[in-house]
Design a protein around this ligand. Sequence first.
Ligand code: ADP
Ligand code: MG
Ligand code: ZN
Length: 201
Amino acid sequence: MVLNHRNGFIEVIVGPMFAGKTEELIRRVKRMQYAKKNIVVFKPSIDNRYGDDDVVSHDDNRTKSINIQSAQAIIDHVLDETDVIAVDEVQFLDVETIKILNAYADKGKRVIVSGLDLDFRGEPFGIVPVLAATAEYVTKLSAVCVKCGAPATRTQRMVNGKPAKYHDPVILIGAKESYEARCRHCHKVYRKPKDPVVNAL
Ligand code: ADP
Ligand code: MG
Ligand code: ZN
């Protein structure tokens, strides 16, 4: 990070599940706490819960956060004196997020977001690639492939012990599903439609 920057920019942390995105977000938030900055941390609640909670990593690092159901709710909690806005799991937020977070960066706030850049099919996940394109700094983290040990860039969804089907919904609530970090080569999607151009290669 350059030292002589002007206030107001966006940092995006991306990668598959287990890559350490939440750990990295918490690390950056903690450093801002030491700097005595005014920070608000958000997390989308994809179920119906509403109320304050924690952002928690797979290794149980945590920081206090506000559950939100839409980007609009960010506005209710950001004040003039807010220095830092952090959002974990940003892939679950709506398209308004891009406009709102950019406006806050324009106003001089440090915006730190983390989320999945690819869905379980290995395809760009919602607003994240667009947000990354508007950001000043993008950190792409990898996990470790549970099959071969290579750097994992993808999230494998398993349903009842088998790779999930291509046409399954991107957000699957209530199903007996599990997720693994995998590299490109070990990542499997059941019944992925055949593409004539790709097939001819
Ligand atoms: P993310 O937010 O990207 O899903 P977290 O920050 O919550 O990731 O958790 C990262 C931690 O997950 C790592 O520090 C490690 O202890 C653990 N972990 C579990 N499985 C894996 C894996 N396959 N590759 C890398 N880290 C893993
Ligand atoms: Mg996370
Ligand atoms: Zn692999």
